[in-house]
Write a protein that binds this ligand. Sequence first.
Ligand SMILES: [Zn+2]
Length: 218
Amino acid sequence: MAKFKTHVSWGVFIGVGLVVAGLIFSIFSGVESAIWIFFAVLLGSFLPDLDLDDGVPFQILFGLLGAGFAGLIFFNFYQEGERSLKILFFIPALSFILIRFVAGSIFKQFTHHRGMFHSIPAAILFGLLMIWFSHIFSIIIGKELLIGASVTIGYIGHLILDEIYSSTNLSAGSLFPKQSVGSALKFSSASRISTFVFYCVLLALALTLPETKGFFTI
Ligand SMILES: [Zn+2]
């Protein structure tokens, strides 16, 4: 397994490559698009290791989600004229704890390292989620598919790097494959239930996208 730092460096490398290629072939233009595409690749390059209990990706994502929701709740209360310090701090703090620790530990219960998070359908699923996210928050209108594809490219880059590390066993100085070889670039996991759930979510996300609806109405 490649380490977090290695994945981030690899993500930066792919991100820069994609931005340069996109600019050369005029797939997009403008600094804003370039920045979003770069960060989408970087995000994709560390997302698969969310399944690593208490790993850096898990802490970053659940920490950010918790802090983001707490901030939103605080802001909403404040805007509506709430000035009670107990409410202004207690409810956001509670929501942070609920997301970071309660939802986080439920997530850990349902995932294990190199399960469905390390698979090709997961790479597509997170790409679709990013397209949805871009639509909802109006990020670079018209470039939603490109941003989603960037997450998928970063994600697949992570899976390829994991496979390279597994097949060469570099850390042990051996050229013989590790047992984990083939466990990153795959289409299904040992758990039929999680494979089924992943494909159902994937299909639901793909079919409800505005782009898909547009495709069928043309
Ligand atoms: Zn990994």
